[in-house]
Write a protein that binds this ligand. Structure first.
Ligand code: NAD
Length: 296
């Protein structure tokens, strides 16, 4: 079997085209463009490249994106105060704020993320938004988790009654995704196992998965023998490795051997990554609409 390729780039393109229309409509009605502020701390090359692609995607659909650069030496209190000041938005210009992760080790990321006002929290990391998601009444869903669910729904992969096994329990990917897939309705109603670094016999779980999602950050952790024939495999991992003397990106899934076993497989790059960006844009438009409605 050769797995069907779940092409996130193509789907993100369709989402962007639809978003462009909705953003134009918002602009016509409100007389302004939605605005996203991205806070980028330090000079980490990968973070700078993610921020660049988020800003470029925003501009493509008609969302203004401003990047606020902060030196890596910033202290937690100062960064939290800056984020809070952007959030207070005294000129009434800002719809969404995101703080690009990871932050330098000496910075308390929780304190900084908590400073993002929940109604501008387009990454969905604020405890209020995490709580709403856990109660099944989401406001902003963390973008990567939302992107994985969108990919499944768009590909017509049934989740209801299926066993979804998620490897990785982070607050930004694994945990919200578990809530989404176990929630009610389309793209939900699955039975979810949430595996992590203390899971005993990981392969015993992954082999039971109808839908297997790897969100760990370990190159090729998921090998073909860990996958049930015909399963859907979503690879969230992004790992930079050196191979044959040059750097390249690989996921958490050993792609070619797994593609010979799985029924569907998302590639890295070109899978979940572009959808994460598309979901950020969706969240930003939603934040703009909510703010406009609150002001009316
Ligand atoms: P994280 O480091 O916060 O969490 C990793 C999780 O993996 C932890 O819950 C840990 O318990 C688990 N884990 C570690 N080793 C394990 C093992 N051997 N077996 C089972 N579980 C293990 O990472 P994160 O922020 O959730 O990101 C995970 C991966 O997804 C990274 O490669 C990251 O770059 C990528 N990512 C991709 C996107 C995207 O848009 N495609 C977005 C966010 C993160």
């Amino acid at each position: 079997m050769t797995a069907r390729r779940l092409d996130g780039r193509e789907l993100a393109g369709r989402i962007e085209r639809d978003l462009s229309d909705r953003v134009s409509h918002f602009h016509e009605k409100s007389g302004r463009r939605p605005r996203l502020v991205v806070v980028l701390v330090g000079e980490v090359a990968a973070s700078a490249s993610y921020v660049k692609s988020k800003a470029a995607a925003a501009e493509r659909v008609g969302i203004d994106a401003e990047v606020v650069r902060v030196p890596a030496s910033v202290q937690t209190d100062d960064l939290a105060a800056l984020v809070a000041a952007i959030g207070r938005d005294e000129q009434g210009l800002v719809d969404g704020i995101l703080v690009q992760l990871p932050l330098p080790d000496h910075v308390d990321a929780v304190a900084v993320l908590d400073a993002v006002p929940p109604d501008k929290d387009v990454d969905g990391f604020h405890p209020e938004n995490a709580g709403l998601l856990s109660q099944g009444r989401p406001r902003f869903i963390p973008c990567t988790a939302a992107g994985v669910q969108r990919m499944l729904v768009d590909a017509g992969i049934e989740t209801r009654g299926r066993h979804a096994v998620i490897v990785g329990r982070s607050d930004i990917v694994g945990k919200p995704l578990a809530l989404l897939l176990a929630g009610r309705g389309p793209g939900g109603d699955a039975t979810v196992s949430l595996c992590h670094s203390h899971t005993a016999d990981l392969a015993a779980f992954t082999r039971q998965a109808d839908i297997l999602i790897a969100a760990v950050g370990q190159p090729r952790l998921i090998t073909a023998d860990m996958v049930k024939p015909g399963a859907t495999v979503i690879d969230v991992g992004i790992n930079r490795i050196e191979e044959a003397g040059r750097g390249r990106l690989v996921g958490d899934v050993d792609h070619d051997p797994v593609a010979a076993v799985a029924g569907a497989l998302s590639p890295v790059p070109g899978g979940v990554g572009p959808l994460t960006v598309a979901m950020l844009l969706e969240n930003t438009l939603q934040a703009a609409r909510d703010r406009q409605a609150a002001a009316a």
